[in-house]
Design a protein. Structure first.
Ligand code: ATP
Length: 315
């Protein structure tokens, strides 16, 4: 696999924290939007931040980038304070630009040359552009690129300083499923080249596929932090069983079963999350009560199920 970071890879110490956030708080107009967030990201990880709209995700990562000043708390990137060691952090952290930050008339080549000029030791942008599939688009203006090409250019610009960490905030929002999958492969290659990735996303499938660990932020606080599989097991159990019963099951009947969670859908479908013991208990209850079922489905739980369970009160 090619080195997507353009050969900028340095030795990594997998398992060492490269980002440390502790007791982070930020208020706007007296309202806490980040309310005591702590986490650390190991070098070489893809670390995801998930959460509902307005949960405080962007505020948190912008404090990591040194773009916002926390009211309280402690942030370190490779041991540096992003506010006090601004130049040092800029050299080692690549941030994805917001769309509006690029002039529509700027060509891909001009953008790459311009951003390379910001760094003392930039990556060689030509192989980077090739690797990101932009080699034949160098003279194309930003406004004429497809959504997927624009996202690839943002990844290239985030990598051009040869960073050890990249922060990608909702990178695949607005992409079609094909473009999203291509971007996922690129993010995996970025990580495989040794760069640590801090990824803010709304897409559970994206987090499940890419992230080594995920923090779910809700109401400015960390609701859960684990591997995607750990979150799934903790929040939902491992299995989702759904069916339309010939007569409704009562809340009391359901409460007596060893389930993690259940939900009634509009079409009378009952969705039950649990484990093998839950599945057996449901089958036994149905047999005892002579309830038949239609459209029975048994599937593995996903991060989507876990997320809905973890953020259920607010959503
Ligand atoms: N500069 C600001 N001034 C006042 N309020 C702000 C400011 N920036 C963010 N907020 C508010 O802080 C809260 C958290 O915003 P933030 O952008 O961090 O959330 P988010 O989790 O990234 O949301 P989304 O998923 O919608 O991007 C929101 O209610 C937002 O309106």
């Amino acid at each position: 696999m090619g080195d997507v970071a353009g050969g900028a890879r340095r030795g990594t110490l997998v398992g060492m924290a490269i980002i440390e956030v502790s007791g982070l708080r930020k208020r706007y107009g007296g309202r806490p939007v980040v309310d005591g967030v702590s986490f650390s990201v190991d070098e070489g990880e893809i670390f995801g931040i998930l959460g509902p709209n307005g949960a405080g995700k962007t505020t948190t990562v912008e404090c990591v980038e040194g773009l916002r000043v926390p009211d309280e708390g402690h942030v370190r990137v490779a041991g540096l304070d992003p506010l006090k060691d601004r130049a040092g952090v800029t050299e080692l952290l690549g941030a994805q630009l917001q769309q509006s930050a690029l002039q529509p008339k700027l060509t891909v080549r001009e953008a790459l040359e311009l951003y390379a000029s910001f760094y003392r030791r930039p990556a060689n942008w030509r192989p980077l552009a090739e690797r990101l599939g932009l080699g034949d688009r160098l003279e194309t203006r930003f406004a004429k690129l497809s959504g997927g090409q624009q996202q690839r250019l943002f990844i290239a610009l985030a990598l051009i300083g040869g960073p050890r960490v990249v922060v990608l905030d909702e990178l695949t929002t607005g992409l079609d499923p094909h473009g999203r999958r291509e971007t996922w492969e690129l993010i995996e290659e970025v990580r495989n080249s040794g760069v640590t990735v801090l990824l803010v996303t709304h897409f559970m499938e994206e987090a499940q596929r890419l992230c080594d660990r995920v923090a779910v932020i809700d109401g400015g606080r960390i609701a859960a932090l684990d591997t995607p599989q750990g979150l799934i097991e903790r929040a939902t159990g491992s299995t989702v069983i759904s069916f339309v019963p010939s007569r409704p099951l009562s809340d009391d009947e359901l409460a007596a079963l060893p389930l993690v969670r259940w939900e009634r859908r509009k079409d009378d479908r009952l969705v039950i999350e649990g484990d093998d013991a839950s599945a057996n208990a449901v089958i036994a209850l149905l047999a005892r009560q002579r309830i038949t079922v239609r459209q029975l489905r048994v599937t593995d739980a996903t991060l989507d199920d876990a997320y809905l369970g973890l953020t259920a009160k607010e959503s």
